[in-house]
Design a protein around this ligand. Structure first.
Ligand SMILES: Cc1cc2nc3c(=O)[nH]c(=O)nc-3n(C[C@H](O)[C@H](O)[C@H](O)COP(=O)(O)OP(=O)(O)OC[C@H]3O[C@@H](n4cnc5c(N)ncnc54)[C@H](O)[C@@H]3O)c2cc1C
Length: 412
C-alpha cells in the first residue's frame, strides 16, 4: 500500500528551491519597474530561458510529474516573486497545454517548440478563446472557422479579447465555431502560425493589476491556415461533430452528460494551477505583513502585540495553507486520473483566489499608510490578486460548477 505523504520528494524540493531563488533574485527586484512600465518584461523572460525555467523541457517535466504537485509548486514560487512577470513567463504554457490536450503528436512536436523559441531568440504563445460577447458564456462565441475544401485551408474571422500575449505571440491558438448549430460542442481549436496575414493586435488593455503581462484583443480578418493547423485533425473533428449532432437529435440526456463531464474534467485539471498562482501572491503579501507587524511599533510595542493584528495574520496563514491543500488535492486527482465528482478543481481555484484577495487586502491594512503606497509591494500584490477571481472562470462560475456537481441540478 502506498504510504500517505504530503512531503515533496528530493527532486521536487530541489526544483522548488531553485525556482524560489530565481523568484527572489530576478523576478521580485524587477517587479515594481515592469508594473509601472506595463510592458512584457522581455529581459526577465530571456533570463528565465537562459537558466531553463522558460523552456518546453522544463514545463514538460513538471506537467508529466506523476504526483501532480510540480505544476502547483512551480506556479506558487514564480507568482510569489511577482504575478505580472510570472504570468509573462507561464502565459505561453496556457497555449501549449491547449495543443498538448487536443493536438496530434506531430502538432505537439511542430508547434510547441515554436511557442518557446530558444534562449537567444525567445518567443511567446497566446491562447485566444474569450470574445467581447463570450466570456463566461463560451457558447456565445462568434469567431467562425470555415473549411475551404479546394485549398485544404481554414478561414478564420472574428475578434478575440483578453488574450494574454495576444498579438505579440509567435504562435496563436484560436478557438472558433465550426458548427453554430451545436453551441460550445461545435467549437474547434486552430494554430495560427507566425506571421500569418490577417491576424493583428487590436486594443492593448491598461489594467488594474498584473500589468507586466500583456493583454490584448486579437483581430482575425480572413486568416487562412492550412488544414493541418486544425488541432486533432479533420477526421477527429468530423467524428466528434457527428456524435454531437446525434446527441442533439436525441432528447435523452445521458450522452449529453458525458460530453459535459469530458469538458468539465479538462477545466477541473487546469484550474488548480490558477489556485496555485493565487497561493503564491497571498503568501508573498502575508510574509511582508508578518515582517512589518513584528518590526513596526505603535503605543510603545510592536503592532503584532495586538490581537487585532495577530489574529488577522493567524487567519491569513490558515487560509493560505488550506488553499494549498485544496490545490494539491485537485492537482493530485488530475495526475492520478481520479474523477472530480464534487468539482474539486473549481473548489481549489475558488478558495485560493478569494483567499488571495482577502490576504492582500489585510496586508495593505496591516502596513497602514505604507501599505497604500508603491514604496511597499503589498499595494501591487493587492491589485494583482484581483485577477484570480476573474480569469479561468470567475468565482461565480466556480460556485455554479460546484453547486451543479454536488446537486446534479442545472442551477443557473
Ligand atoms: C488579465 C486577463 C487575462 C486573460 N487572459 C485570457 C487568455 O489568455 N485567453 C482567453 O481566452 N481569455 C482570457 N481572459 C478572459 C477571462 O477568462 C474572462 O475575462 C472571464 O472568463 C470572464 O469573462 P468576462 O470578462 O466576459 O465576464 P462576464 O462573463 O461578462 O461576467 C461578468 C460578471 O457576471 C458574472 N456572471 C456571468 N455569468 C454568470 C452566471 N451564470 N451566474 C452568476 N454570475 C455570472 C461573472 O461572474 C462576472 O462577475 C483574461 C482576462 C483577463 C482580465
Amino acid at each position: 500500500m502506498t504510504e500517505f505523504t504530503l512531503d515533496l520528494n528530493d527532486d521536487q524540493r530541489q526544483v522548488r528551491d531553485w525556482l524560489h531563488g530565481f523568484a527572489a533574485d530576478v523576478i521580485r527586484p524587477a517587479a515594481a519597474e515592469w508594473d509601472e512600465r506595463e510592458e512584457t518584461p522581455w529581459p526577465v523572460i530571456q533570463e528565465a530561458a537562459k537558466v531553463g525555467i522558460y523552456s518546453l523541457d522544463f514545463y514538460a517535466q513538471q506537467f508529466f510529474d506523476p504526483t501532480g504537485l510540480s505544476i502547483p509548486m512551480t506556479m506558487e514560487e514564480l507568482f510569489w516573486g511577482d504575478a505580472g512577470i510570472a504570468l509573462s513567463i507561464v502565459g505561453t504554457g496556457l497555449a501549449a497545454v491547449g495543443v498538448l490536450a487536443n493536438g496530434t503528436e506531430e502538432q505537439v512536436g511542430t508547434w510547441i517548440p515554436q511557442m518557446y523559441g530558444d534562449p537567444d531568440d525567445v518567443k511567446l504563445a497566446a491562447f485566444c478563446s474569450s470574445e467581447p460577447d463570450a466570456g463566461s458564456d463560451v457558447s456565445a462565441m462568434r469567431t467562425r472557422a470555415v473549411y475551404d475544401e479546394a485549398k485544404d485551408e481554414w478561414v478564420l474571422d472574428g475578434t478575440k479579447t483578453w488574450a494574454t500575449n495576444g498579438g505579440i505571440a509567435n504562435v496563436h491558438v484560436v478557438v472558433a465555431v465550426v458548427d453554430p448549430e451545436l453551441g460550445s460542442k461545435g467549437h474547434a481549436s486552430f494554430i495560427v502560425p507566425p506571421a500569418t496575414p490577417g491576424l493583428s493586435q487590436g486594443q492593448k488593455f491598461k489594467k488594474h493589476g498584473i500589468r507586466a503581462s500583456h493583454t490584448a484583443e486579437v483581430v482575425l480578418d480572413g486568416v487562412r491556415v492550412p488544414g493541418h493547423c486544425l488541432l486533432g485533425g479533420k477526421q477527429k473533428l468530423d467524428e466528434r461533430l457527428a456524435r454531437a449532432r446525434e446527441r442533439a437529435k436525441s432528447a435523452a440526456g445521458e450522452g449529453g452528460g458525458r460530453v459535459k463531464n469530458a469538458a468539465m474534467a479538462t477545466f477541473e485539471a487546469s484550474r488548480p494551477a490558477v489556485g496555485a498562482m493565487a497561493v503564491g501572491t497571498a503568501r508573498a503579501a502575508y510574509e511582508v505583513a508578518l515582517d512589518y507587524a513584528t518590526t513596526r511599533s505603535q503605543f510603545g510595542r510592536p503592532i503584532i502585540d495586538n490581537q487585532g493584528i495577530a489574529f488577522q495574520l493567524a487567519d491569513a496563514r490558515t487560509r493560505i495553507d488550506a488553499s494549498r491543500l485544496l490545490v494539491w488535492r485537485a492537482s493530485w486527482m488530475a495526475a492520478t486520473g481520479k474523477a472530480f465528482t464534487s468539482a474539486e478543481g473549481s473548489m481549489s481555484k475558488l478558495f485560493a483566489s478569494e483567499t488571495a484577495q482577502q490576504v492582500t487586502a489585510q496586508a495593505v491594512q496591516i502596513l497602514g499608510g505604507n501599505g497604500f503606497t508603491r514604496e511597499y509591494p503589498v499595494e501591487r500584490m493587492h491589485r494583482d490578486a484581483a485577477i484570480y477571481t476573474i480569469f479561468e472562470g470567475t468565482s461565480e462560475i466556480q460556485r455554479l460548477v460546484i453547486a451543479r456537481a454536488l446537486s446534479g441540478v442545472q442551477i443557473r
